[in-house]
Design a protein around this ligand. Sequence first.
Ligand code: CMP
Length: 142
Amino acid sequence: MRNRTLAIIKPDAVSKNVIGEIVSMITQAGFKISGMKLIKISRQQAGVFYEIHKDRPFYEELLDYMSSGPIVPIAIEKENAVEDYRKLIGATDPQKAAEGTVRKLYGQSLAFNAVHGSDSDENAAIETAFFFSHSELVDNIR
Ligand code: CMP
């Protein structure tokens, strides 16, 4: 089934100037873009987005990082989007990510890992709605 997931190019990758390279990997893998923007979020907004991790030891560092510079949220669509995008980006820790994956190529550490991807269809819908209103999304799903 064709569905949607949320990708985010994180501040470390934006500052490395590899937005184009990562978007190209996403589209080459067969995803259609239905929404994309370059924005900076506040620490408080980052806290809401990552609330699921609020009890984890890395939470404060994660909020500092995600609010440290511009990010690029991208709503993308494809058959099996959540799983296929997670394969494209590789393991959370770039050192453990497979060769050729986005995190292997552009991530620098477990914390600064270049990109985010939703982990389920349910979270993809919640996370996409966090960054995009309904009218900001092009519907490629037919
Ligand atoms: P992401 O896929 O966006 O989901 C949560 C983020 O928290 C993760 O990518 C990393 O940026 C960060 N993260 C996950 N685990 C750790 C960890 N053990 N130490 C530091 N940061 C982490």
